[in-house]
Design a protein around this ligand. Structure first.
Ligand SMILES: Nc1nc2c(ncn2[C@@H]2O[C@H](COP(=O)(O)OP(=O)(O)OP(=O)(O)O)[C@@H](O)[C@H]2O)c(=O)[nH]1
Length: 855
């Protein structure tokens, strides 16, 4: 099975060293700018000079000298593009970093309100003239922002101007009036920003790509930023590939097309050797790279490679050598699944003259890559799509019989993102009878697929029969004129027009990505400016409100304090007055309330008196509380009215005032105890002093022992002198007896009132001379004050919360304003950088200088 494998050839160390000593066309890694430094003329090192010195190109040959000069120009341009690729990459990485670290997430610009977009499109009819050129290529969706014609591309028109041109066509365009977006308040959503190219987000649901804007609008801003970040990351990778491609001095030419279109036949015809197998059946199942044997120390060999990423021509472990004579069998075994290889490198000698040969041209290393047919299987087709990103020139072989198939069209659409010019070979033309019609139909298809290719159809589109150009067919005879022309044009496209074939795709990609960055940065700058203006307005409006709240808090709290204090004084005065007056006439009230059950129950009566009086006083205290509560409730209402707070819940404290048992409040029992009862209280003496004297005389009469002799003699002398001694003796005993009895009756009868008076006096003395009134007034006032304070605190708290909310909002707004300011400045700078880079890119004229050289 492996009989086609050959022994590994020994490597020539000396020649390896010689090849390694050749300076690269690209800048060394050390030369690569790491930041976004723009290329200046001083950066334009011309490594091609040293390259020329190191190569053994015969300068005497005028053709090669011309080619050599072209390569110098190419080297200069590629150097400039390499710098620009690095700078663009730096810019994209900066955007990614900013997206990850800064609060401002990059906004996706193309969310337009359909009606506004439609209106803008109508108003934009004048500017669509330019866009119509672009629309001739359905794949190029950019507007006039991305100039299609070469003259415009060559002129260093700034992105700012182009963007402005694009904006000013839209009504209410932000740039139409001024550049200071911070002053503009037009909603961004209605603005017409050019559509993105490379960074465009295509959200597909199932197989439908319609309603992209609607889908985008449905996404959160950070989700969009995340998707956008993914696109930027892809673009950074693509720029790396681009750098590799531009810096690679060789040119990779991909021969692709549908199955059996004649790709392998074309390669063989171009090489004028039967190198690749040709078959009616599918026979190319892996990438076959045909290179000049010079690249393998002049040795012809076939290297079968399993992993292209590890392939090293000097390391035999990375490939298997296949005998060139058995290449067809090897390829068939790969197709049949007996071998598992991904790629084949065929190093072969092109024996034709330097002037005629494509591979052996003496100046540029060329690789012709034959690929599996596009419609062979989807895995291989996907690999082919991916591959086209790393190749420089696409030679698309289409069968004249089949025209462009759907897979062929898809491939070309995809390639159009950076390859504006495609070399098209319409093969098997010999089997077509109506050749003119075939040409017309195919050219029409090309017009739709690649406008630029169609423009240069004379040089880029060839109708040939590669099968009739194989060496075994022509057998030493001349090649047909159409094929010679194809060879000449392909050579010119790959070698002489390398700027067009190799650098133009890089330039187109840079233009596209920089245009996207400009649109992105400009739309974000506008967005940030709008938000900044909005937040500044909010800040401006919020300031007086904030100050007003501060002043209102001071005024309201001061009024609340005053009102509370006035009410407290009122309650205190009221309580003192009421309690003091409560004992004024208490004995009369009490005597009606306490029943008199006779002298025998006098002690009980005295106790009841004390109890009822104390109870009456305590009742008065409670009525003071009720009144204080009413006043407190009104005061609380007034307090909340002052603070514009209608909440009834705030009265709760006032309503529950004095409802709970209070140890400090005077009680009936306590007061009763304080009015202690003594035996002498039963007899009222002081009020009836006169009567008491009579009583005393009577008592003296009866109990001289008790009153003493001196008083007795004195009394007797008085009576005797008045009525006469005999009469005194006669009336003395009955009178004295009656008087004494009378006094006793009187005392007994007055006992009830005397007790009431005595107890009332005691109570009055206790109330007025003690601290009870003061204590009760203080207690009631204190409780009310507590309620006022809690309400005042509540109001203060509400104000505090309001002020804190203000301050929080203001802090957020200030932060948003700061972020907005930074974003405006940042996106402005990004725009300037992108604009500057785009001008440098535009200045790399990939076609004009070339014509000059030819002239
Ligand atoms: N009539 C005619 N037949 C051709 C021409 N060129 C190639 N063929 C035939 O077309 C068939 C396929 O040719 P290939 O070169 O193998 O085609 P391919 O595109 O490389 O095929 P795959 O690699 O399998 O995709 C062969 O039988 C060729 O003889 C041509 O110009 N005219």
């Amino acid at each position: 099975m492996t009989s086609y494998f050959s022994a590994q050839p020994a490597q020539s160390t000396a020649s390896t060293q010689r090849r390694n000593s050749l300076p690269r066309l690209s800048m060394d890694d050390s030369d690569r700018p790491t930041t976004t430094i723009l290329p200046t003329p001083s950066h334009h090192v011309l490594p091609s000079l040293s390259y020329a010195a190191a190569t053994s190109v015969p300068h005497e040959n005028p053709f090669n000298q011309n080619l050599f000069l072209q390569q110098q120009v190419f080297a200069d341009k590629s150097n400039r593009l390499l710098n620009l690729i690095q700078s663009t990459k730096g810019l994209l990485e900066e955007i990614r970093e900013t997206n990850a670290t800064r609060p401002w997430q990059t906004y996706y610009p193309n969310l337009q309100i359909p009606s506004v977009a439609a209106a803008a499109a109508t108003a934009n009819s004048s500017s669509t003239a330019t866009a119509s050129a672009a629309s001739s290529n359905p794949l190029r969706r950019s507007t006039s922002f991305h100039p299609e014609d070469d003259s415009e591309r060559a002129s260093p028109v700034s992105l700012q101007q182009r963007l402005q041109r694009s904006f000013t066509s839209a009504p209410g365009s932000p740039l139409q009036h001024n550049n200071n977006a911070a002053d503009s308040h037009t909603p961004l959503v209605g603005r017409l920003f050019p559509e993105l190219n490379v960074l465009k987000l295509d959200l597909k649901v199932g197989n439908y790509a319609t309603g992209n804007d609607a889908l985008l609008r449905g996404l959160e801003r950070n989700a969009i930023a995340h998707l956008l970040d993914g696109r930027i990351q892809q673009s950074v990778k693509h720029l790396d590939n681009l750098y590799q491609r531009v810096s690679d001095k060789s040119s990779k030419v991909l021969i692709t097309g549908d199955l059996n279109a004649g790709k392998s036949t074309l390669v063989n015809a171009l090489m004028q050797r039967t190198i690749l197998p040709i078959d009616q059946q599918p026979c190319t199942s892996l990438f076959c790279e045909v290179l000049d044997a010079q690249e393998n120390e002049g040795q012809e060999a076939v290297h079968a490679i399993k992993d292209a990423s590890t392939y090293n021509r000097q390391d035999p472990n990375t490939f298997t050598v296949v005998d060139m004579r058995h290449l067809e069998k090897f390829m068939n075994d790969v197709i049949d699944g007996y071998e598992d290889y991904a790629q084949v490198k065929v190093y072969c000698t092109d024996r034709r003259l330097v002037n005629d040969s494509l591979l052996h041209n003496g100046v540029v290393d060329i690789a012709l890559i034959d690929s599996p047919g596009l419609n062979r299987d989807s895995v291989k087709t996907t690999a082919l799509f991916a591959r086209q990103q790393e190749i420089d020139v696409v030679v698309f072989v289409v069968s004249a019989e089949n025209h462009f198939t759907l897979s062929g069209k898809e491939f070309l659409w995809n390639a159009a993102n950076e390859k504006t010019h495609i070399f098209i070979v319409v093969n098997r033309f010999d089997s077509i009878r109506d050749k003119e019609r075939c040409k017309r139909v195919i050219l029409d298809q090309i017009k739709q697929l690649s406008a630029k290719t169609y423009e240069d159809a004379d040089e880029l589109v060839h109708f040939v029969s590669a099968g009739s150009c194989l060496p075994e067919v022509i057998q030493g005879g001349d090649l047909p004129a159409d094929f010679l022309r194809l060879e000449e044009c392909l050579r010119s496209f790959v070698l002489e027009k390398r700027c067009k074939s190799k650098l133009a795709p890089a330039k187109v990609y840079l233009e596209n990505i920089l245009s996207d960055v400009s649109v992105l940065s400009e739309s974000n700058r506008h967005m940030a400016a709008e938000e900044l203006a909005k937040v500044r307005l909010e800040l401006e409006r919020g300031e007086p409100e904030y100050k007003d709240t501060l002043i209102r808090r001071e005024v309201v709290l001061e009024r609340v304090d005053r009102l509370a204090e006035e009410t407290c004084v009122l309650i205190d005065t009221m309580t003192r007055e009421k309690l003091t007056n409560a004992v004024d006439d208490i004995e009369n009230v009490v005597s009606a309330l306490v029943p008199w059950n006779g002298l025998l129950h006098i002690w009980q009566y005295a106790n009841d008196l004390r109890y009822v009086m104390a109870d009456l006083f305590v009742d008065r205290v409670k009525s003071c509380e009720v009144e204080a509560k009413e006043k407190a409730k009104n005061c609380v209402n007034d307090i909340h009215t002052l603070a514009d707070d209608a909440s009834a819940a705030n009265q709760m404290d006032a309503l529950t005032l004095f409802t709970k048992p209070d140890a400090n409040r005077i009680t009936t029992g306590k007061l009763k105890d304080e009015l202690s009862l003594e035996f002498t209280d039963i007899f009222e003496v002081q009020d009836k002093l006169g009567m008491a004297s009579v009583s005393l005389g009577a008592v003296t009469m009866f109990s001289s022992k008790a009153l003493g002799y001196k008083s007795l003699i004195h009394s007797l002398f008085d009576i005797t002198s008045t009525v006469g001694v005999s009469n005194v003796r006669k009336w003395a005993v009955p009178v004295v007896t009656v008087a004494g009895l009378g006094v006793l009756v009187y005392i007994a009868a007055d006992m009830k009132h005397a007790l009431a008076r005595k107890t009332a006096r005691k109570l009055r003395a206790h109330v007025r001379e003690g601290t009870m009134v003061h204590d009760e007034a203080m207690r009631i006032t204190k409780d009310c004050r507590r309620v006022f304070k809690s309400n005042a605190w509540e109001i203060q708290n509400r104000f505090q919360k309001e002020i804190e909310a203000h301050e929080r909002r203001r802090a957020e707004q200030e932060k948003a304003a700061k972020d907005g300011e930074q974003a405006v400045v940042y996106f402005g700078k990004v725009f300037e950088k992108a604009d500057e880079l785009a001008r440098w890119v535009a200045a790399v004229e990939v076609e004009v200088e070339e014509r000059k050289i030819k002239a």
